[in-house]
Design a protein around this ligand. Structure first.
Ligand SMILES: NC(=O)c1ccc[n+]([C@@H]2O[C@H](COP(=O)([O-])OP(=O)(O)OC[C@H]3O[C@@H](n4cnc5c(N)ncnc54)[C@H](OP(=O)(O)O)[C@@H]3O)[C@@H](O)[C@H]2O)c1
Length: 260
């Protein structure tokens, strides 16, 4: 479905664009008229990076991709600086890159804790902090992809849920401290139909039945799509969302409404 939001000429940075939700976000921002620059750890010739360049190239614009492991010291700052220079500014940042680190509160090792807090919490702050001067100049917006695990979780998902809850607080601080020039908004997806979740379904003896069972947990009767998260990003980056800041929106097909 074409996106009825005009972000022509806006410059967007998106982390984690080689797969899943980040790729869907890049596609929708490009469809809305943005020039999009993305990163992942994958090499530029990787199929995921090529899929991003194809998505970001919609409408005749040129996507820009650079490999970057945002957990490495200085890497996020270098990536933001180089992309901002190439694009000639930044209006929109979507800090999306992340990974499920599900260890459980008893079994979680120090290494797992540190990796999760680095990737799923601190790296989002580093990306936002590096982009701040550019967003201040453009009166832009930073969107942070957290998770419905920030608000309620299931056993075994520690420390991922802790990091994602931290992002909800981070969004509040960014909105308070960097407003009014910059808006900050969190997005908390629920179960999105991504390659990672497809792999998870495949781990069951009957993947199709497990998928149907999961879909039935949602009042809308299905999983979400990366494009739906991307469309929300486009809306939140538009002037129509100018009064939305400092909050996190749950996008979970109604699942959190169920008392179970
Ligand atoms: N899928 C869901 O149902 C769901 C639900 C709630 C929240 N989320 C959140 O949504 C975000 C995207 O998840 P997804 O499901 O789309 O995952 P995904 O398909 O595994 O994609 C993750 C992306 O992040 C990149 N990435 C991972 N580690 C990185 C690092 N150290 N430096 C730079 N890039 C890195 C990956 O690129 P490379 O492989 O090239 O490094 C990839 O492009 C995550 O923050 C996740 O927690 C997902």
């Amino acid at each position: 479905m074409a996106i009825p939001i005009d972000l022509s000429g806006r410059k967007a940075l998106v982390t984690g664009v080689t797969s899943g939700i980040g790729l869907g976000i890049a596609r929708k921002l490009a469809e809305a008229g943005c020039e999009v620059a993305g990163c992942g750890r994958s090499a530029p010739g990787h199929p995921g990076a090529l899929a991003f360049l194809d998505a970001a190239g919609r409408g005749g614009r040129r996507g820009r991709y650079r490999s970057c492991d945002i957990t490495l010291p200085g890497a996020a700052g270098d990536w933001v600086a180089s992309m901002a220079a190439e694009l000639g500014g930044v209006d929109i940042v979507v800090s999306n890159a992340g990974r499920n680190i599900f260890a459980g509160a008893a079994a979680c090792s120090e290494a797992e804790w540190a990796e999760c807090m680095n990737l799923d919490l601190a790296a989002h702050w580093r990306v936002a902090q590096a982009a701040r001067p550019h967003l201040e100049a453009s009166r832009g917006v930073v969107l942070v992809i957290t998770s419905n695990h920030a608000f309620s979780t299931i056993p075994g998902c520690f420390p991922y849920n802790v990091a994602k809850a931290g992002l909800v607080a981070m969004v509040q601080s960014l909105a308070l401290e960097w407003g009014p020039a910059i808006r900050a908004v969190g997005i908390a997806p629920g179960f999105i139909d991504t390659p990672g979740n497809d792999t998870w379904f495949s781990s069951f003896p009957d993947p199709a039945e497990e998928r149907r069972r999961t879909e039935r947990l949602h009042p809308v009767g299905r999983l979400g799509t990366p494009g739906e998260i991307g469309a929300l990003c486009a809306f939140l980056a538009s002037p129509m969302a100018g009064f939305i800041s400092g909050t996190t929106l749950v996008v979970d097909g109604g699942r959190a409404a169920a008392m179970q």
